[in-house]
Design a protein around this ligand. Structure first.
Ligand code: GDP
Ligand code: MG
Length: 439
C-alpha cells in the first residue's frame, strides 16, 4: 500500500496547483490502493467520498501547496478511520478490573495476556492476576503458566477438567483476596468462529461482567481479521481490539477497516513475540506508516512555523542556479536548526534516513556547530567563492574556528557534495515550491 500511495503522492506533490480533476485522479488512485490492501469495499467508498469533499472544497492555506493539503486531508481521514484519539484501558470503580481476552486460535490471546499484564505493571503499577480459562488444551494452560513465571506474576488455573465459567468466577474471588487489581482472563479460541465457542464466551461474559472485552486479531490475516472482528463484536459486544503481528504486516488493510466495521477502537498493537512488544495503538502513527511518508506533515507544520518563506524561496532559487554560497548555507542551517534537533528532522523526511548514513554528509549537532564556526571564520570572498581557498587560508580558518585543517577540508568537500545533492533534490521535487526545505 505504502509504495502505491507514495507513487501517487509523488505525482501530486510535484504540482503547484491542484484542480478538481487532480483530486479526482488522486482519490481514484487512493481507492485502488486501499482496495488492493484488502480494505473493506464500503469503507473505501466512504473514505474516498469524505476526502473528495474536503479536498475540493478546502481553503487554500498560504504555506502549503494544494498538493500538500490534499495529502494532509488524506492523512487526517485515515487517522479518523482508525479511531481518532488513542484510547485507554478501563478501571473498575471497585477492583479488580476484569479484562476478558477473546479471539481465534493462534491470534495471540495468550501472548497478549502476558504482554498486557506486563504493561499494566510497568506503566500503571498494577498487580494483575492471569487466568487460564482455555481448558481444552493442556498446552494452553502451561503456556500461560510459563509466561507467569517469566513475569513473576500469579496465574490462576484449575486444570483441564474445570469449567471455564467457574474458573473465571473463582479467579475473581481469588484476586479480591490477594488484592490483585486487574484480572486478565485468557480464553479458548477455535480455528473458525463457531457457535460452541461463542456460547462459552457469552456465558463467561454474562457471569463475570468484564470491564473490557478485548478481541485479539492477527493483522496478517487481512480481510479475514475484519470478518472475525465483525462477528465477535456482534456476539460479544467487544470493547476494543488488539491487533497482533503488526511487526510482520506489510499491509494496513485490517487496521483500516476494523474500526470502521465494528466501531470499536483498536487499543493495542502487538509488535513482536516478546513480552514487552505491545504498544498502545496510535492511529496517527499508523496512518503515517500506511502512507509511508514518515512524519512528513509534522515537518511541514514545523517548517511553516519557523522558516521565513520569502527568504526560503530565494535560497531555493539560488540552489537551482548553483550560486549558493557558504553564507546562504549558514543561513539555511540556522533556519533548519530553529525547527529542532537535526536527527529528529531527518527522521521525519521520507528517504532522508539514507542521507544520515552517507559517508560525507555528517549531520549531528556537534559537527554542525563546528561547521558554523568554520564558516564564520571565513572572509566574505571565501564564503562566496570557495575556490580561492589555499593552504594558508585553511590554516587561518582552522585556527579562527578552533578546529583543524582537516575539518575545514572536510567541510569544503561536504559543501560541494551538498550542493550537488541539493540540486538533485530540487530537481526531484521541482514544483513543490514555497518551502525551501532542501538540505
Ligand atoms: P492464542 O492461540 O490466541 O492464545 O495465540 P498465542 O498467544 O499462543 O500466539 C500464537 C503465536 O503468535 C505465538 O507463536 C506467538 O508468539 C505469536 N505472536 C503473538 N503475538 C505476536 C506479535 O505481535 N508478533 C509476532 N511476530 N508474533 C506474535
Ligand atoms: Mg492461547
Amino acid at each position: 500500500l505504502a509504495d502505491r500511495l507514495q507513487g501517487t503522492f509523488q505525482k501530486i506533490k510535484g504540482k503547484g496547483k491542484v484542480t478538481e480533476q487532480d483530486v479526482k485522479e488522486m482519490t481514484r488512485e487512493v481507492r485502488l490502493a486501499l482496495l488492493e490492501a484488502d480494505v473493506n469495499f464500503k469503507v473505501v467508498k466512504d473514505f474516498v467520498k469524505r476526502v473528495k469533499e474536503r479536498a475540493i472544497g478546502q481553503e487554500v492555506m498560504e504555506s502549503l501547496t494544494p498538493g500538500q493539503q490534499v495529502i494532509k486531508v488524506v492523512k487526517e481521514e485515515l487517522t479518523e478511520l482508525m479511531g481518532g484519539d488513542e484510547s485507554k484501558i478501563a478501571v473498575a470503580n471497585r477492583p479488580p478490573t476484569v479484562i476478558m481476552m477473546v479471539g481465534l486460535q493462534g491470534a495471540g490471546k495468550t501472548t497478549t495476556t502476558g504482554k498486557l499484564a506486563n504493561l499494566l505493571r510497568k506503566k500503571y503499577n498494577r498487580t494483575p492476576l492471569l487466568v487460564a480459562a482455555d481448558v481444552y488444551r493442556p498446552a494452553a494452560i502451561n503456556q500461560l503458566e510459563t509466561l507467569g513465571k517469566q513475569l513473576s506474576m500469579p496465574v490462576f488455573s484449575k486444570g483441564t477438567d474445570a469449567n471455564p465459567v467457574d474458573i473465571a468466577n473463582e479467579a475473581i474471588a481469588h484476586a479480591k483476596e490477594e488484592h490483585n487489581d486487574y484480572v486478565i482472563i485468557d480464553t479458548a479460541g477455535r480455528l473458525h468462529v463457531d457457535e460452541g465457542l461463542m456460547d462459552e464466551l457469552k456465558q463467561i461474559k454474562a457471569d463475570v461482567n468484564p470491564d473490557e472485552v478485548f478481541l485479539v486479531v492477527d493483522a496478517m490475516t487481512g480481510q479475514d481479521a475484519v470478518n472475525v472482528a465483525e462477528s465477535f463484536n456482534e456476539q460479544l459486544d467487544i470493547t476494543g481490539v488488539v491487533l497482533t503481528k503488526l511487526d510482520g504486516d506489510t499491509r494496513g488493510g485490517a487496521a483500516l477497516s476494523i474500526k470502521a466495521v465494528t466501531d470499536k477502537p483498536i487499543k493495542f498493537a502487538g509488535m513482536g513475540e516478546k513480552l514487552d512488544q505491545l504498544e498502545q495503538f496510535h492511529p496517527e502513527r499508523m496512518a503515517s506508516r500506511i502512507l509511508g511518508m514518515g512524519d512528513m506533515l509534522t515537518l511541514i507544520e514545523k517548517a511553516q512555523a519557523n522558516v521565513d518563506e520569502k527568504r526560503a524561496k530565494e535560497l531555493e532559487q539560488k540552489m537551482r542556479s548553483a550560486s549558493f554560497t557558504f553564507d546562504d548555507f549558514l543561513e539555511q542551517m540556522g533556519q533548519v536548526r530553529n525547527m529542532g534537533p537535526l536527527d529528529e528532522l531527518l527522521d521525519m523526511i521520507p528517504g532522508a534516513n539514507k542521507m544520515k548514513g552517507m559517508k560525507n554528509v555528517q549531520l549531528d549537532e556537534k559537527q554542525i556547530s563546528h561547521v558554523e564556526a568554520i564558516i564564520q571564520s571565513m572572509t566574505k570572498v571565501e564564503r562566496n567563492d570557495p575556490s580561492v581557498m589555499n593552504a594558508s587560508r585553511k590554516k587561518r580558518i582552522a585556527k579562527g574556528s578552533g578546529t583543524s585543517v582537516s575539518e575545514v577540508n572536510r567541510l569544503l568537500k561536504q559543501f560541494e557534495e551538498m550542493k550537488k545533492m541539493m540540486k538533485q533534490m530540487t530537481n526531484m521535487q521541482k514544483g513543490k515550491k514555497g518551502k525551501g526545505m532542501k538540505f
